[in-house]
Design a protein around this ligand. Structure first.
Ligand code: PEP
Ligand code: MN
Length: 341
């Protein structure tokens, strides 16, 4: 038993009664009050609820139906919620008809460079500024990010440009600072299955951009989204950023088939990051177009004013003129699939 659908005439008292019974069994609830009916999502180990107990819920006043979700992820599933989830950040909607673009450097390097990039991406039509202040680097001897100082630069750039900010969290100890300065918390590919970190951001009141793990299946990825949602934070977007395959011509293999697969399995918005997907500047625009055609709700693109000097991911970062050209080329693609850039 995972969902309790109340009938149109269910009263507040009926809802309270059902919630109390569920809580009495050590379960938690997520109530969605729709225009037609209220749905109670049951959170916790529902396998322990016996058939008799389930029947008792079915017979309770105000209850129309009791359903089981067969997928291991519940709150993230389409079965739980049919309508697409729209996440609104500073007035910009992710998951609606318009496709927002999140753009910026791989890492926040210093105030001046970040400001220059922020102004350029804004002028080209980006809706969000991205940039890492805590960087998950393969080598401990390379640049690790500016930390809180980098967050301050991001907040400063937001103040100047009006672009909300996306930045990565690597350690729960940084959550307070990140919540203070950022608008969307990114969980990077390397931390997709850092379950304690997922639970921590699940307790935060900020939208989360959950990147796909380097070698994670779609099911594992949705289970990670479920971790965040199970703590009450339902503002989760999934970001495809390429997976490890035998192919070496590109940095990763951008799995664009994940986009329509996710659209079937989940109501959560889907973001595509072609930059980390391909790892090479010239391949970013074609895959960004393909991502939109496949149904992406937003794009994440690395842009740098001087990629040759970038401290990380320079080879895949677009120069501002490339980015400008790509943004123009994406417009008709979006329109062809009934969307808007
Ligand atoms: C990034 O966005 O710069 C990043 C480190 O991405 P990923 O976690 O997808 O490798
Ligand atoms: Mn990067």
């Amino acid at each position: 038993m995972d969902i309790i659908v109340l009938n149109r005439d269910a009263t507040e008292e009926d809802i309270r009664h059902v919630v109390k019974k569920l809580e009495g069994k050590g379960l938690r609830v997520h109530i969605s009050a729709g225009t037609e009916r209220t749905i109670i999502g049951v959170i916790g180990d529902t396998s322990k609820v016996t058939e008799e107990e389930e029947d008792a819920f079915r017979a309770a006043p105000g209850v129309e139906n009791v359903l089981r979700i067969l997928k291991p992820y519940k709150l993230a599933s389409r079965e739980f919620k049919k309508e697409n989830t729209e996440i609104s950040v500073g007035g910009i909607v992710i998951g609606g008809r318009k496709i927002p673009v999140m753009a910026g450097p791989c890492a926040v390097e210093n105030k001046t460079v970040l400001m220059a990039i922020a102004e350029k991406v804004k002028a080209c039509g980006a809706s969000f500024l991205r940039g890492g202040a805590y960087k998950p680097r393969t080598s401990p001897y390379t640049f690790q990010g500016l930390g809180e100082e980098g967050l301050k630069y991001l907040a400063h750039a937001r103040e100047k440009t009006g672009l909300p900010v996306v930045t990565e969290i690597m350690d729960p100890r940084d959550l307070e600072a990140i919540v203070k300065y950022a608008d969307i918390i990114q969980i990077g590919a390397r931390n997709m299955q850092n379950f304690r970190l997922l639970l921590e951001v699940g307790s935060a009141q900020k939208p989360v951009l959950l990147k796909r793990g380097l070698s994670s299946t779609i099911k594992e990825w949705l289970m990670s989204a479920e971790y965040i949602m199970s703590r009450g934070n339902h503002q989760v977007m999934l970001c495809e950023r390429g997976i490890r395959t035998f192919e070496t011509a590109t940095r990763n293999t951008l799995d664009l088939s994940a986009v329509p697969v996710l659209k079937q399995l989940t109501h959560l918005p889907v973001v595509v990051d072609p930059s980390h997907g391909v790892g090479k500047r010239d391949l970013v625009a074609p895959m960004a177009k393909a991502a939109i055609a496949a149904g992406a709700d937003a794009l994440l693109i690395e842009v740098h004013t001087n990629p040759e000097e970038a401290v990380s991911d320079g080879e895949q970062s677009l120069k501002p003129d490339h980015f400008e050209k790509m943004m123009k080329e994406l417009k008709p693609v979006a329109e062809a699939v009934g969307r808007k850039l």
